[in-house]
Design a protein around this ligand. Structure first.
Ligand SMILES: Nc1nc2c(c(=O)[nH]1)N[C@H]1C(S)=C(S)[C@@H](COP(=O)(O)OP(=O)(O)OC[C@H]3O[C@@H](n4cnc5c(=O)[nH]c(N)nc54)[C@H](O)[C@@H]3O)O[C@H]1N2
Ligand SMILES: Nc1nc2c(c(=O)[nH]1)N[C@H]1C(S)=C(S)[C@@H](COP(=O)(O)OP(=O)(O)OC[C@H]3O[C@@H](n4cnc5c(=O)[nH]c(N)nc54)[C@H](O)[C@@H]3O)O[C@H]1N2
Ligand code: SF4
Ligand SMILES: [Mo]
Length: 764
């Protein structure tokens, strides 16, 4: 019998509570944590196999350097010294635009984000490419226009709404909202509640739906326009809401006037009767919507996100309790206004960032492009661009052309295998204190501090510490005074972190902006070292600078007012409360509720336009909607160039977790590498189940066995995203990004169009 220890899953952004049974530093088994306030004794199949994430023969143990065609083990000192010298030489010769971060921070582990941003500020670069940027770009950009600020994740208020809509989301498999299976089942079974799914195919989620709307793949924007036009034609819109809370409804209304609703519905393949029933539910029930990759990676990502927000306003459910609400997150993303001259446009592709991040599809051209400002040095962590980003061949060519490429990971990946320097970092189960940047609950603000359950092998160092030490090795931070190290040690000894906080604040105040930008690095190097975990220190720092009490109602507090410094500096009160919240999660490995959303003032807190109203009309959308007519869309949706199907280039299935679960033990009992295809399509093309076929796109071909299934509709086929990974010399399947084009992107914000890839399927 081993010892059961609590921790949090790292395999998706839900960070479910787990209990792991550990014996001799080995995880034997995994079960859901009954005490977790967030996941409430739920964990999925992937969570249960999390031990294989840790247990791998391809763990990275020591810093390595590429010498010719092989890697040599080096010390950390040598790694830092050589990387620092090379990076500084590149920066000196070519300036800050020559450097970029790939990844940086991830869903289930947020510890590295702050030191990465400090590192970027120290260098002076704005270049960061991160998958979060890709998924949500169109959505955040739309929030930017409508709310006046980009970072406003919206989720259904599942505790209070009557209807949950999953639009382009297969949440029953992919989660993306806490306890998704439980919630979907409960809504589906309740006679008073409903699940509505908008998805061209019969996904696992659609099977649970009370109403399943099946638009032709790629026709969502046309459908959304028709749906809003239909609501207005019927006079069912929420007039009071539109009058009170929107600035420019009269103008926006014009987008839907004289629109050929029937013509549009015909192209979308949706019967008028069903559209009317849907419109009626939308305007008479309390509903919330979860959108996901079917839209975000769809044909018209930004337009569809935008029109979803307009639909919410038309129905009076935008930023309204029991409708679409914004969970409060500890870490927020910055607002990037592409019209601000201080915000960089990428020199080759001219792409702009959204919420601080650039579209990953731009990366190859920004490295390979013939431009003096091209990217020459990159550091990558928590990401596997050689499999996760579009066009793997091009991405490989680009990353290999970098003058310096540093990859950080806990295991070998396709990306670490081509890096100049490979730095080992532990898995989250091996470092304490790390935290989750995504919080999905509403109105509770849940927070947690992940516990280590086993010891890291080899010489692994946390990502947060690596970036902090690299910044220091490059000579980019001011000398840290001894008193900060001492104060950090003392705070760990006495538990009084406020005293340490005051010393850091004092030091920053004396040093100005440069010191402020390097605060995360300095805290990692002082408090992180004292705590034995940079991640833990970052967890604390994230809370301290969260301004959470401006955004939510704190659930902790009274005792903290007793801190001796409070009587002298009353302004410290909020910080004492944040510190108490940290203490609380530190004492509760299962996580805790530290605050609540201010449900009564959602609009006041989230609309950032000066007039306090939603601005629904914008020029870019106005201009793009000119092409959204039944005639033009019918032509645009017609398959051309010899293509005979639309491919979902990547499917997030139970067979894996992006490219993180590399050990094939995780999918030992199922064959996940198949092309899912409707049986009628297969019959028409003369294929039988299991037959090998060739799938070709504008970029390349692969062969794959057919799996006939009613789960997909006519004309739409799917290949999983988790394959083509090489483990112990054997490659399982082919990765889908050999078939995707980095130039096939949403025209407005640059999102990849992975759920709408025209392809040709034929017998081999
Ligand atoms: N098991 C598992 N879970 C995961 C992951 C994983 O790899 N494995 N990955 C995690 C991550 S990072 C993410 S981002 C999420 C993704 O979570 P999801 O977005 O739920 O994942 P997908 O499987 O892409 O589901 C998208 C749905 O959109 C539908 N769709 C495709 N084209 C269209 C269209 O044109 N219109 C509409 N309306 N729908 C369309 C598809 O049929 C599919 O059912 O999953 C997370 N959870
Ligand atoms: N064609 C196509 N491409 C896609 C998608 C698709 O559907 N189709 N989906 C896209 C989506 S939604 C996403 S989010 C991205 C995901 O793309 P990525 O951000 O590249 O995510 P992963 O593939 O999971 O790679 C994460 C890396 O982080 C490392 N890692 C994870 N946990 C830890 C840890 O605890 N410690 C350390 N040291 N390292 C860790 C893993 O070993 C892994 O190498 O892929 C995107 N790419
Ligand atoms: S839902 Fe996500 S966080 Fe929860 S157990 Fe599954 S993979 Fe882990
Ligand atoms: Mo994702």
């Amino acid at each position: 019998m081993g010892e059961w220890k609590k921790t949090l899953c790292n395999l998706c952004a839900m960070t479910c509570g787990l209990e792991m049974e550990v014996e001799d530093n080995i995880i034997i088994s995994v079960r859901p944590d009954p005490d977790s306030p967030s996941s409430e004794c739920y964990c999925c199949r992937k969570g249960r196999t999390a031990k294989y994430f840790v247990e791998s023969s391809e763990r990275l143990l020591y810093p390595q350097k590429r010498v010719g065609d092989h890697y040599e083990r080096i010390s950390w000192e040598q790694a830092y010294a050589e990387i620092a010298a090379k990076a500084n030489a590149i920066l000196k010769a070519h300036g800050p635009r020559s450097a970029a971060i790939i990844g940086g921070g991830g869903g289930a582990t947020g510890a590295a984000a702050a030191p990465v941003l400090s590192f970027m500020k120290a260098i002076g670069t704005q270049n960061i490419f991160n998958p979060i940027g890709v998924e949500f770009m169109g959505f955040y950009w739309s929030c930017g226009r409508i709310f006046g600020d980009q970072f406003h994740p919206l989720e259904p208020d599942d505790k209070n709404c009557e209807v949950i809509i999953y639009w382009g989301s297969n949440s029953y498999v992919s989660h993306q909202i806490p306890n998704a299976k439980k919630i979907i089942r409960a809504f589906s079974e309740s006679p008073e509640k409903m699940v509505i799914v908008v998805d061209p195919r019969l996904s696992e989620t659609a099977r649970m739906a009370d109403m399943h709307i099946m638009p032709v793949p790629g026709s969502d924007v046309l459908f959304l326009r028709a749906l809003i036009a239909l609501i207005l034609e019927k006079g069912w819109q929420d007039r009071d809401f539109l009058y009170r809370y929107t600035k420019d409804w009269t103008q926006t209304r014009g987008w839907f006037a004289d629109f050929d609703i029937d013509g549009a519905l015909r192209i979308c393949g949706i019967p008028r009767g069903q559209a009317e029933e849907f419109a009626y539910i939308l305007t008479t029930k309390k509903w919330g919507m979860h959108q996901d990759l079917g839209l975000f990676f769809g044909r018209q990502s930004t337009l569809s996100s935008y029109l979803c927000l307009v639909l919410m306003a038309v129905c009076g459910t935008l930023l309204v309790p029991s409708g679409n609400v914004p969970p409060v997150r500890i870490v927020t993303l910055e607002n990037s206004d592409e019209h601000d001259p201080k915000v960089w446009r990428l020199p080759v592709t001219k792409r702009f960032p959204v919420a601080g991040m650039y579209p990953e599809g731009a990366l190859p051209d920004e490295i390979l492009g013939d431009n003096p400002d091209r990217i020459r040095f990159a550091a990558c962590n928590l990401s596997n661009p050689l499999r996760s980003y579009p066009d793997s061949q091009k991405m490989e060519e680009a990353l290999k052309k970098l003058e310096l490429f540093v990859a950080i990971d806990c295991q070998e990946t396709e990306t670490t295998r081509i890096a100049d320097y490979v730095l080992p970092s532990p898995s989250v189960y091996e470092v304490g204190g790390d935290f989750d940047v995504f919080a999905f609950h509403y109105p509770e603000v849940m927070y947690a501090s992940r516990r280590a359950v086993v010891k890291a092998p080899g010489e692994a160092k946390e990502d947060a510490m690596i970036y902090a030490e690299l910044t220091q090795a490059m000579g980019l931070i001011p000398k840290i005074p001894q008193f900060l190290y001492d104060a950090a040690e003392e705070s760990v000894r006495t538990g009084d972190r406020i005293k340490y906080f005051m010393k850091v604040v004092g030091w920053i105040a004396a040093g100005g902006m440069k010191y402020f930008d390097q605060a995360a690095t300095v805290i990692a190097l002082t408090l992180g070292k004292a705590m034995g975990s940079a991640g833990h220190a970052m967890n604390w720092a994230a809370l301290m600078i969260s301004k959470l009490s401006n955004r939510a109602i704190m659930a902790v507090g009274p005792d903290t007012k007793q801190h001796p410094l409070l009587s002298k500096i009353p302004m410290l009160k909020d910080f004492c409360i944040y510190d108490a919240a940290f203490q609380m999660v530190d004492e509760h490995p299962e996580g805790a509720v530290i605050a609540y959303s201010d449900t009564e003032h959602l609009m006041r807190r989230h609309i950032k336009h000066k007039d306090g109203k939603f601005h629904l009309w914008c020029e870019e959308i106005d201009s793009a909607l000119k092409d959204i007519t039944p005639e033009k869309e019918a032509e645009a949706l017609r398959l051309k160039d010899g293509f005979n199907m639309i491919l979902s280039a990547g499917r997030h299935s139970d067979g894996g977790m992006n490219t993180s679960m590399r050990n094939p033990a995780t999918h030992r009992y199922r064959e996940t590498y198949t092309l899912a295809m409707n049986p009628e399509d297969a019959k028409e093309l003369g294929f039988t189940d299991g037959q090998l076929v060739r799938v070709s796109t504008s970029k390349g071909s692969l062969t794959i066995p057919v799996e006939t299934t009613w789960q997909t509709c006519r004309g739409y086929c799917l290949i999983p995203h988790h394959m083509g990974l090489t483990y112990e010399g054997r490659t399982y399947g082919t990765h889908i990004n050999f078939l995707t084009d980095h130039k096939d992107i949403d025209t407005l914000t640059g999102n990849a169009r992975w759920r709408y890839t025209p392809c040709r399927v034929e017998a081999v």
